[in-house]
Write a protein that binds this ligand. Structure first.
Ligand SMILES: C[S@@+](CC[C@H](N)C(=O)[O-])C[C@H]1O[C@@H](n2cnc3c(N)ncnc32)[C@H](O)[C@@H]1O
Length: 240
């Protein structure tokens, strides 16, 4: 599997995610709220489940659903299973490469496909193709909910996003630890994509407006943006 994300990245993200992801609980709640109610059993797919916090929230909100969590990192899949805990009987985990095509014929119709903070590892062409393939995975009435970084569309947007992200991490560090050490690590590692003069080429966010157009071109209806802060957006579209 060719993946530039390493097991070291996974361990680091598990340690720092609670500080570095703005309003993490609010984002998870928003993603869950964007998935329509499910009458009875059904399938929910999560792409790049990471530590499994969204996985767990979806399992709790949809008590009869089977959750199919995909990730490229064995460490993350292990963490997903751990986080699912007592709900793991309804969890299927699978290692995959997000960019590859081999996993995209699921063998079932999904009520929802969700993903948080991973699709920006694909370039624009890759995202566009992914949106088309996700549309084909959904049952009628099913939704795709995407939480991800977005690329500012014109000059000045970076500064707005960068400052808001710094403020979110500072607030979180103070809330959790009563000091700014986590924010100092965030700065020292140039984690803030929007103020990093040389962002890691693995990060390829696209402009929000482009992503909305790609959703429309893929056939999605009811396309909406539910959250936007510090360059982090949550958008969704439905297969009518
Ligand atoms: C920034 S973390 C986000 C994790 C989780 N979704 C969250 O929001 O906390 C990115 C996740 O994407 C996975 N990932 C990155 N590139 C991938 C790829 N090409 N194929 C599969 N998984 C990938 C990583 O293993 C990691 O779990």
């Amino acid at each position: 599997m060719v993946m530039s994300w390493t097991e070291g990245d996974s361990a680091h993200f598990i340690d720092e995610g609670k500080y570095f992801v703005p309003e993490r609980e609010a984002q998870i709640a928003t993603i869950c709220a964007a998935v329509p109610p499910l009458a009875g059993a059904g399938h929910i797919v999560e792409l790049c489940s990471g530590e499994g916090l969204l996985t767990r929230a979806l399992l709790e909100r949809f008590p009869e659903a089977t959750l199919h969590a995909f990730d490229g990192s064995p460490k993350m899949l292990e963490a997903t299973r751990r986080t699912a805990g007592d709900l793991a009987a309804r969890l299927e985990t699978q290692r995959f490469d997000l960019a590859a095509g081999d996993w995209r014929a699921l063998g079932f119709e999904a009520h929802a496909v969700a993903s948080s903070l991973a699709v920006h590892h694909l370039d624009g062409v890759g995202k566009r193709a992914l949106f088309q393939d996700i549309f084909a995975m959904l049952a009628p009435g099913g939704v795709f909910v995407l939480a991800d970084l977005v690329e500012p569309a014109r000059e000045g947007g970076e500064v707005i996003a960068a400052e808001a992200w710094d403020e979110a991490v500072k607030a979180r560090a103070l809330q959790l630890d009563g000091d700014l050490k986590a924010f100092e690590r965030f700065q020292a590692e140039s984690w803030n994509y929007y103020s990093d003069p040389e962002p890691d080429p693995v990060d390829q966010p696209s402009p929000l407006f482009d992503m909305l157009k790609w959703l429309e071109q893929a056939g999605f209806a009811g396309i909406d943006v539910h959250y936007l802060k510090a360059g982090h957006a949550i958008l969704s579209g439905m297969r009518a």
